[in-house]
Design a protein around this ligand. Structure first.
Ligand code: FPP
Length: 246
């Protein structure tokens, strides 16, 4: 049943939402620059937007939200910016621990956490294991994540199993290969959103987004509020998904 909100709101059918939404949280630096602020202020504002959007997704019944917080390429940024992003992640996760019983969101991390500071790594592990009991909404946070890296890791693990005689190359299927990815067991995102004006995937969920609908907007991530998400959902619902058929 279509639900029509206030006159100015995007029209979204809340009974027919995607199960999985993925977001490239882009435009933090430009948002800050436009206000004469340091880039790190943009990331801090972006972390607040993440909180708003994750809560909204949970409230409207989105089952999976995946966000790109830090890519395998983001290490090339100045050390001070990298450490500010890690600091924001730490702050967010400490608050997630504090509010866990109230928020009831399950957190999962995609990416190799090995290069992270030990304390942060431990916090990620703690948040993931302590929140595993919650059902309803799962938020996947991609940290030190790269789509190609993810595929190569899965290929290496499969090759090692073949070499050990546990599996046979000719028996590999797409479904089985998917089980070697960070996203094992999770449906592919029906919708990938990229704010910030760029129109590329930047190594995000390369395998999983094969049939995703993409939604791009010039709005920078810190300004991406609930209404922007509703616009993305309305755009998604207006498209016809054929998966290669007619
Ligand atoms: C891209 O914008 C954003 C990032 C690389 C970092 C995103 C991190 C956060 C929002 C904060 C921590 C995360 C969580 C989940 C609490 P950009 O810097 O590339 O922007 P620009 O293209 O305008 O320079």
């Amino acid at each position: 049943m279509p639900l029509f909100g206030k006159k100015e709101e995007a029209k979204v059918d809340f009974s027919c939402l995607p199960r999985h939404i993925a977001i490239i949280m882009d435009g933090n630096g430009r948002w800050a620059k436009g206000r004469g602020l340091p880039r790190t202020a943009g990331h801090a504002a972006g972390a607040e937007t993440f909180r708003t959007i994750a809560t909204y997704c949970r409230d409207i019944g989105i089952q999976y939200l995946t966000v790109y917080a830090f890519s395998t390429e983001n290490w090339k940024r100045p050390a001070q910016e990298v450490s500010a992003i890690m600091g924001l992640l730490r702050k967010y996760l400490l608050e997630a621990v504090r509010d866990m019983e109230k928020e009831k969101v399950r957190f999962v991390f995609f990416g190799d956490l090995t290069p992270l500071p030990e304390e942060l790594r431990q916090l990620c592990r703690e948040v993931q294991s302590d929140s595993a009991r919650f059902e309803g909404c799962q938020v996947n946070i991609c940290v030190n994540y790269g789509g190609r890296d993810e595929i190569v890791r899965a290929a290496k693990a499969f090759a090692a199993d073949c070499a050990a005689g546990k599996r046979k190359a000719e028996e590999l299927t797409e479904e089985e290969f998917s089980l070697g990815l960070w996203s094992a067991g999770i449906p592919d995102p029906e919708l990938v959103i990229r704010p910030g004006g760029e129109e590329r995937t930047s190594n995000f969920l390369l395998w999983q987004s094969a049939y995703s609908e993409f939604y791009f907007t010039d709005v920078n991530w810190p300004d991406f509020g609930k209404e922007e998400l509703r616009k993305a959902l309305a755009a998604y619902q207006s498209r016809s998904r054929r998966f290669g058929g007619i």
